[in-house]
Design a protein around this ligand. Sequence first.
Ligand SMILES: NC(=O)c1ccc[n+]([C@@H]2O[C@H](COP(=O)([O-])OP(=O)(O)OC[C@H]3O[C@@H](n4cnc5c(N)ncnc54)[C@H](OP(=O)(O)O)[C@@H]3O)[C@@H](O)[C@H]2O)c1
Length: 298
Amino acid sequence: MIFKKFGKTDEKISSIGLGTWKIGENRNNAITSIRIALDFGINFIDTAEMYGTEEIVGAALKAIKRDNFFIATKVSPHHFHYKEVIKACDESIKRLGLKYIDLYQLHWPAKNIPIKETMRAMEKLMKDGKIMHIGVSNFSVEEIKEAQSALKNSEIISNQVEYNVLSREIESDGTLEYCKKNNIEVIAYSPFMRGDLSKANFNKVYNKLEVIGKKYNKTAFQVALNWLISKGTLPIPKALNYAHIIENAAATEFKLSDADISAIDKIDTRKKEFIPVKNIMKRTSLFSRIITDRANKF
Ligand SMILES: NC(=O)c1ccc[n+]([C@@H]2O[C@H](COP(=O)([O-])OP(=O)(O)OC[C@H]3O[C@@H](n4cnc5c(N)ncnc54)[C@H](OP(=O)(O)O)[C@@H]3O)[C@@H](O)[C@H]2O)c1
């Protein structure tokens, strides 16, 4: 495993992390998967109160030395009022069975809650030693700037966003460039398009990655991860299957050539049947409820 510095912090993290959305179906299997990931050097574990998987992550980490992992979790937008942030964090800490969270992220921007109020709570959590770093997720450049200016004594360390060979919004809307310039770590979620990468719809893309991979004796999935690493981001694939975890860990140990990176850059993303998480969220009742609830309160 190749390790790297996490953005502007001094934390040493693995160059891929492990996602834990939807790992809850088979608890024992999930616990073993997380431990295998740790055994293969993956020390960055991503979860969220919204996933309902913090307790499983906590159980997997129970016997592990605290310095040997970096835990990132998220507070949901319906908990962005001051007291709710504090309570949500306390509950996450409890479910995780830890004394503190390494990275606490605002899961989605909540337009109708004053960001100053949310960030005041985040800084209180930092002051109390309950969280080590503040991150955001699904934030645009404007939203990051606004969130940063709401912080008095701390900095936004990371932005977790959807990024994969077909979801390139962060390239076109300037988020990737802004984060790089400001040393804000870009955590790339859904690196395998929620597993759709190998589905028939995406044959062309998959085949292209597979052909490139053959040169390095790597799979299409490993190429997809390595491409994200080459962009300076931290991909966090979710994998329950043990062989997948081992394969993903080995994706960090080679370097795509500039020519291959640029061949992947050129993949046609216009005709995409793949629907980004953001668009799904906009359509779901949960997301619109979050926005409406907020609107009703102000
Ligand atoms: N901040 C946000 O709003 C947000 C949104 C979405 C996701 N996330 C985070 O990002 C993480 C990852 O994204 P995701 O869960 O959407 O999906 P993903 O990582 O793009 O894809 C996961 C799927 O890929 C499969 N897979 C993993 N490694 C593989 C390999 N080497 N070969 C073949 N298949 C492989 C997994 O199968 P198996 O499980 O069977 O191994 C699973 O079905 C989440 O778990 C979550 O932590 C954050």
